[in-house]
Design a protein. Structure first.
Length: 276
């Protein structure tokens, strides 16, 4: 499977410009690279995130679905459409949408871990489910930005069956090392391919750091971006996964009986006993 990550520089709060630019970049990726999957970053429609969401958020994701469903069908390409600021009756959500080659919606996902240091939880509502889907017969999953700091989320999906994880982000430049380390760790510990699509440019006082990447199950970079707007492309050869998982079978060697949480969700110390 050939994957193109579109490291986009969007404009804060300018939805019309961002929609036009995102379509232009998807077309450019398909024309130049002929990928099976094109990937956009987090909240590309608004940037992360304007104070006046009401003026630029996508109502029920209708515009995103209309535009990118048609584009996927026209170009015969799967589109992991990053995420968008999405306005529903019950509030705002940071919502990812995936389209297959026919233009059908393959998956929708509302970001579950909101970035409290930036106040994301004050503007958006949390999602309540994980995101697994199939593209071209391959088992995939998707998480959004801050989600990557929670290994339980990715491992839960990996245990259900996943060969490729898409991570869409607007990760700040000052913590680029964290993003690179976390992405490689998630790929290695779950023995899967990982496609990371970050953004670049400035939103308010925050500069996004880029460094999008496609990573193999050994944690090696198949493609890696810098800190400017660009498109990177790499081929994921899924035939290597079986050999990796059989040579170091971390799923077989797990000890889930030691990983239990107490009723409040706090992890118990390994080897501890209640009431001891």
């Amino acid at each position: 499977m050939k994957i193109s990550c579109i490291q986009m520089d969007m404009r804060l709060g300018e939805a019309d410009w961002n929609f036009a630019r995102a379509q232009e970049l998807v077309r450019a990726a398909v024309s130049a690279e002929h990928p099976d999957v094109a990937v956009l970053p987090e909240t590309w429609n608004t940037g992360f995130f304007p104070k006046d969401l009401a003026s630029c958020a996508d109502k029920d994701g209708e515009r995103t679905k209309a535009v990118f469903s048609a584009l996927a069908r026209e170009l015969n390409v799967n589109i992991v459409c990053g995420s968008v600021a999405n306005r529903r009756a019950e509030g705002y959500f940071n919502t990812a949408c995936v389209f297959d080659r026919t233009g059908a919606v393959a998956a929708e996902y509302d970001k579950t871990h909101l970035f409290t240091p930036s106040g994301e939880h004050e503007s958006f509502r949390r999602g309540g489910h994980t995101c697994r889907f199939t593209l071209d017969g391959r088992r995939c999953g998707l998480i959004i930005c801050y989600d990557i700091r929670f290994p339980e989320l990715t491992r839960t999906m990996a245990l259900e069956g996943m060969d490729l994880l898409f991570v869409v982000a607007q990760w700040p430049e000052k913590r680029t090392m964290h993003l690179e380390t976390l992405a490689r760790a998630r790929a290695i510990e779950n023995q899967m391919f990982l496609a990371l699509c970050n953004s670049v440019g400035t939103a308010g006082e925050t500069r996004c750091g880029g460094h999008s990447a496609v990573i193999d199950p050994w944690g090696e970079y198949l493609a890696k971006a810098g800190d400017r707007e660009e498109i990177i492309t790499a081929e994921a050869d899924f035939s290597v996964i079986e050999g990796i998982r059989s040579s170091i079978n971390v799923f077989r060697d797990r000890r889930p009986e030691l990983y239990a949480a107490d009723p409040e969700g706090n992890l118990l110390e390994i080897g501890s006993t209640r009431g001891a």
